[in-house]
Design a binder for this molecule. Structure first.
Ligand code: ADP
Ligand code: MG
Length: 295
């Protein structure tokens, strides 16, 4: 590409809230065959809310309040968006939080720590199974929540399930439209998430994505992008989280959500300032126009 056409291209990008780092990504963008979208914070707003707090032993004797306290006290130590939702929920219920000892975050699984002399663990079904904690009690509720596109998170106290939280994260207003437009341009759109399969498929159904890669651990996201590249495709990855950074770097074109973490932005070639997925369509059109001017 001539320096002038690239400068025009990046300038037009900037006018549209699209920051393009190098000439190479602008030249590559029109060749993208597959676009991999992270779910939380990319397709969805990434501002989850606790909508359901279910307990095994009901609400008697302040049981529910105590469980909210244990859960939110633990989650106050985590930076995960789901953790913030739990803390906000406790605040909305005016539940006071308490000290935590031996806090530990297990990436892609959940968090644990000692709260009020009890071992509290919050996280995925798969992690509970690894811990050999039985989850039969609220299983129908879990499946119902996930079918609605909510993330179901287990709460265990001293090795036994005590509660289940349903956490909803609204889809961004333009995600469905953007995904449709990308498909119309002939791109295959793929969802990549650490969240469980049923929740992921529910969201995918809503936005029109057919290929869903769910329950992918953070350290496996880059390898997943690499596997798609091995199919012989030029792959773009769009993400917002620390978890997404290696996959953003691995992709032929890494696209960060401007409202996401600095690490994701640093690992990317392109940043969408507003986080609106329609900007991806604009970026691809810009790339096509730039190349046309060159040839
Ligand atoms: P994503 O790709 O959606 O950002 P992660 O890989 O960060 O997901 O996490 C995968 C799953 O692990 C989450 O959907 C959640 O069920 C569980 N999890 C991780 N961290 C926490 C936490 N702090 N509190 C509750 N659940 C968590
Ligand atoms: Mg994310």
């Amino acid at each position: 590409a001539t320096p002038t056409s690239v400068m025009v291209g990046t300038g037009k990008g900037a006018e549209n809230g699209i920051l393009i780092k190098g000439a190479e990504s602008l030249e590559l963008a029109h060749q993208i065959k597959t676009i991999v979208l992270d779910k939380t914070g990319t397709i969805t707003q990434g501002k989850p809310t606790v909508t359901d707090f279910l307990t095994v032993n009901g609400t008697a004797n302040g049981n529910e309040i105590q469980l909210i306290q244990l859960a939110a006290s633990l989650e106050r130590n985590s930076e995960h968006p789901l953790a913030e939702a739990v803390v906000r929920y406790a605040q909305s219920q005016e539940v006071m939080l308490t000290e935590v000892r031996d806090f530990e975050a297990i990436s892609g699984s959940g968090v644990q720590g000692i709260v009020s002399h009890k071992l509290v663990q919050i996280g995925t079904q798969r992690w509970m199974e690894e811990l050999q904690i039985h989850t039969q009690a609220l299983q129908p509720d879990k499946e119902r929540l996930e079918y609605l596109g909510k993330t179901a998170v287990w709460l265990a106290v001293d090795g036994e399930i005590q509660g289940l939280m349903g956490i909803a994260d609204a889809i961004k207003p333009t995600s469905t439209q953007a995904i449709k437009a990308l498909q119309k341009l002939g791109l295959e759109v793929v969802m990549l998430t650490g969240d469980n399969r049923r929740t992921a498929e529910s969201i995918a159904r809503e936005v029109g994505i057919k290929r869903v890669l769910a329950e992918v651990r953070p350290d496996q996201k880059a390898a997943t992008v690499q596997a798609i590249q091995a199919e012989g495709k030029i792959v773009a990855m769009v993400g917002d989280g620390i978890n997404d950074a290696p996959a953003l770097a691995q992709a032929d074109v890494g696209i960060a959500i401007g409202t996401g973490t600095d690490i994701a932005i640093a690992a990317s070639d392109i940043t969408l300032i507003s986080g609106d997925l329609l900007s991806i369509v604009t970026a691809i059109q810009l790339s096509r126009a730039t190349i046309r001017n060159i040839r």
